[in-house]
Ligand binder design. Sequence first.
Ligand code: MF3
Ligand code: CO
Length: 258
Amino acid sequence: MIEILNPEELSRARDTGALVGSILQSLKARATVGVNLLELDEWTKEMIADAGAESCYVDYAPSFGRGPFGHYVCTAVNDAVLHGMPHDYALADGDLLTLDLAVSLRGIAADAAISFIVGETKAPEDLAMIDATERALAAGIAAVRPGARVGDLSRAIGTVLREAGYPINREFGGHGIGSTMHQDPHVANDGRPGRGYILRPGLLLALEPWVMADTDRLVTDDDGWTLRSATGSRTAHTEHTIAVTATGAEVLTLPPSA
Ligand code: MF3
Ligand code: CO
């Protein structure tokens, strides 16, 4: 299903997006050395409840996971990249952490992810990988306009990732979003320009470039959810929810400016 939001729904989407951006920013500030992933999950649960919002994750039971996710935020450390299930692990200096969060507020969902390094020891190759996913996301957003096709966005994202030297997995990628978290169209992280669904104002998309340093192959943890690089190499993932406007894109999940 593909949803086109009316102006009133779009105004609710702005509220949800701002909430997701602000929770992620607050989690990032609290994700210091020694903090446990389960604490991050608990804080997320509290912030969602305090805002009167609902988790899109806790009861989520799609075909690509085992049973309901049962947690409030995805926490993916180092070689883990997608659907990282929070578990009893205390963050260490130099860990590359991805936080991915989707919530629904007054019936509209928003979804975003950030990758960053915990503590002081920042490996240049980790910073470069994070930077590549951020630049790929910016390129994807820059390609958004009414009349553009999904393949144009895929190609814009994929070009940045490929030129940065990373293999690209096209199975998991961006998606439509609206009254539910995962909708059509699928936005692969590489593709052919001029192909696919034609964007129109009111469409919400979650764009989410992610990479693994030296492979495009994923393996699943025993928890049935957490996806890691098959080689154990490090990974990065950056995501925003955007709205297609009359002239381009509006990014909905930005953190509140200081
Ligand atoms: N937010 C993820 C995405 O970017 C989906 C996570 S599903 C979960 O599409 F259940 F693992 F949380
Ligand atoms: Co998403």
